[in-house]
Every structure is written in C-alpha cells, then in structure tokens.
Design a protein around this ligand. Structure first.
Ligand SMILES: [Zn+2]
Length: 250
C-alpha cells in the first residue's frame, strides 16, 4: 500500500507491520529522500513501536496506526530517522525506552557534531534497555536486547527467538542498491561522531552470526529497505562488512 505521503505499510508477519516513511533531507543541497522503517507490533494493550522515525513524519505514522494507541516505543539507536519523534510519542502518552549509552544523544537531540538536518528535539526517555534484557510484550512476543555497538556507541538489535526475527536497526545494510546513498550519508554522519566506530560494527556483525542470533532461517527487519530472510540473502552480513570496510577508506 502506498500513498502520496510516501508511506508504505506491509504486514510482514501476523501482528508485525513494517511502516516505511520518508522525509526530504538536506533540501537545499540535493533533493534526497531518506526512507526508513518503523515496526508496529500489535499487543493486547495497543501498539508497541520499534523505532519511531523523524518528528516530521510522526503525524503520518499516527494516522497509519488508525487510532490504535502506542503504549511503548523501543529504540535501536539515537539517529534522527530512528528516534527523532521520541518527544512526540512521550507527549502522546507512550513510554519510550532506549539503550542506556544512547541517552546522552537523545537528550541533546542527535549527535552533537551532526549537521542541523540530522538533529531533532531532545528528550528524556522513560527508561533504558540493557544488553541481554528480555522484553515481554504479552502474548507470544519476548524480545531479547542484543548489544551491537559501532554504528553508534549504544546501538542494539531486538531479537524475538520464537518468531526468529531480528529488528536490526542500522547494523545490517539493506540489500537494495538504492539504499547505499542512505547508508553512505549515515556513515558520513557517523564518521563525524568520535565514538562511532566502524571496526566495532564489523565485530558486532560477526558476533551476531557466531552467537547464533542470525541463522539462515532468521527474518531480518532492517531500519531501511525491505525485510528478508538470511537464506534469501546469505551474503548479507559479508556484504555489510565489506561496505563498512570500504567506509573505513573514505
Ligand atoms: Zn543510524
């Protein structure tokens, strides 16, 4: 489903919907549209979001949820296209949880060194998540918090073992060529952040495989681009590591 606001909605599994939103970024320099995903999980008390996108698209996201109340938001990291509308959802009465190491970034509204277009209204999250925390959402959903530092110092993924799904934030690159631009932009931002560390991200990717979080049967729900099973893109981890190594040479 698509509409003029650039929103795409797809139920990727029962009670899990991917909502793709887009904003025009750096309008004066180049007409570049940044597309990003928010995942909406239907739970008994309403909707739980994983990442929430920019504040610019918060109203569009709200209308896409068709009156279902957002009770909780879990963030993978503090970049604008993942966490930028955190303040909005707090005002809407949701609880917003973020990795502890990302909280300073959330309070200041994005990476200190980032250009204005990558900044957002700062906010104090309701609470934090830590590596290996278990998030029981009622029913069949229980997400484990997986520490994957590198893209930002406190980046995490959320893994649901029964469904074998991984909400991967920006740890893995989308398989589509067009998203290269998105990631190069993200990485140029990351390079400005003294704490972002591409080598750490390559190590985090390796650990996801060696620790058995990513298997051939795992469904990856990325921050950008369409979902995919690892068996369909068996070289996804390698490709991401290769691209990261390339970024090191930029
Ligand atoms: Zn990011």
């Amino acid at each position: 489903m698509a509409n003029p606001l650039g929103i795409k909605i797809k139920e990727v599994q029962k009670d899990i919907t991917r909502i793709q939103l887009e904003v025009s970024f750096i309008k004066r320099i180049l007409p570049f549209k940044l597309k990003y995903n928010v995942y909406a999980i239907k739970i008994e008390s309403g909707i739980c979001l994983f990442d929430c996108g920019s504040e610019e698209t918060a109203e569009i996201l709200k209308s896409a949820l068709r009156g279902n109340r957002v009770t909780q938001v879990f963030l993978t990291h503090g970049h604008v296209d993942h966490a930028g509308s955190g303040r909005y959802w707090l005002k809407e009465g949701a609880q917003v949880f973020a990795p502890k190491e990302e909280c300073a970034m959330l309070r200041s509204g994005g990476p200190e060194a980032a250009p204005q277009a990558f900044r957002y209204p700062g906010f104090e999250p309701t609470g934090t998540v830590s590596p290996d925390d278990r998030i029981a959402l009622g029913g069949e959903f229980e997400f484990a918090v997986i520490s994957t530092p590198g893209h930002t110092p406190g980046s995490v993924c959320y893994h649901e073992a029964h469904r074998d799904i991984l909400i991967s934030g920006d740890i893995l690159f989308g398989p589509i060529q067009g998203y290269m631009v998105t990631f190069l932009l993200e990485f140029l931002t990351a390079l400005r952040e003294p704490d972002a560390n591409i080598r750490r991200q390559i190590a985090s990717l390796g650990a996801l495989v060696s620790n058995g979080v990513i298997k051939s049967t795992t469904l990856i729900l990325p921050g950008h681009g369409a979902e995919y099973y690892i068996r369909e893109k068996p070289d996804a981890v390698k490709r991401s590591s290769r691209l990261l190594s390339l970024c090191l040479k930029l």
